[in-house]
Ligand binder design. Sequence first.
Ligand code: PEP
Ligand code: MN
Length: 334
Amino acid sequence: MIAVLKPNATQEQTDNLTKWLESRGLSVHISKGETMTVVGLIGDTSKIDSELLEGLEMVESVKRISEPFKSANRKFHPDDSIIDIGGLKIGGPHFQLIAGPCSVESLEQILTITKSVQASGAAILRGGTFKPRTSPYDFQGLRADGVELLLEAKKQTGMPIITEIMNANHLPMFENVDIIQVGARNMQNFELLKELGMSKKPILLKRGLANTINELLMSAEYIMAGGNHNIILCERGIRTFETYTRNTLDLSAIPVLRELTHLPIVVDPSHALGVARFIQPMAMAATAALAHGLMIEVHNDPANALCDGAQSLTPEQFAELSKKVRRIREVASE
Ligand code: PEP
Ligand code: MN
């Protein structure tokens, strides 16, 4: 349930309302927008008489929310959420390019790629360190050493870094990581999501291979229920009957999510398509559909990459993609 307050509602009235609702066993989430204040009621709202609430002087209207996700719901929070990554913003009018290799392989590799993607307009550096591989015999990532190499790249270039977590016990190692990624395979690892809810770090939550938009939002809700509202959603392709591409990029998730939620949406065409030459057109399409960012895999030597070489762009291909995406951003304004 949400209550929209009248524009002239005072802070004291809002505080009294909050206390009263909390005394009824509900959690209250206040969202102050530019034009209105929305009070979100989370919990068993059957205890609340909505007519009584609507009759209060400072309340303009009361709505019951039918969707199972509350904190992630745009009705709760009409303005776009803008996530702050050490001063860099993503969401609302702020669009960012995230780029880097599938996996961190060596200091030389990560520094070479970091400098090239930064020069081409990427604002955030990605690099897998704990890799969720289908086969246990495949490269598993450099793990803690990989995180150290990413931190060195950050130190040398000032780029914020994102890397994937697979186990909540690893959280201390992620202390200086700017954005923690939850990979597609862990989208419904609810214990991990609950732990991340207790952290304040920005989280990039990827849609699972076979998960619906509703399930993605419910996973975001798990993190938000713990108090962490710094969430970026990521569409990275879903499994369909089509086998020509690695997955099927669900571009329709962008407008649907923009309507349902205030959280920013990043698109990862690399893991969706799986083939380098298909990445640029889909990156452009996602930009035109008003994604808030793109995540692109880039490698200085794709043929010899330890992971996902086939879908990795060369630094030159990334530079071209970045240029085209910038031009699309100019016309596809908000
Ligand atoms: C990744 O981004 O490194 C990754 C493994 O992606 P996904 O979880 O989408 O497969
Ligand atoms: Mn990859």
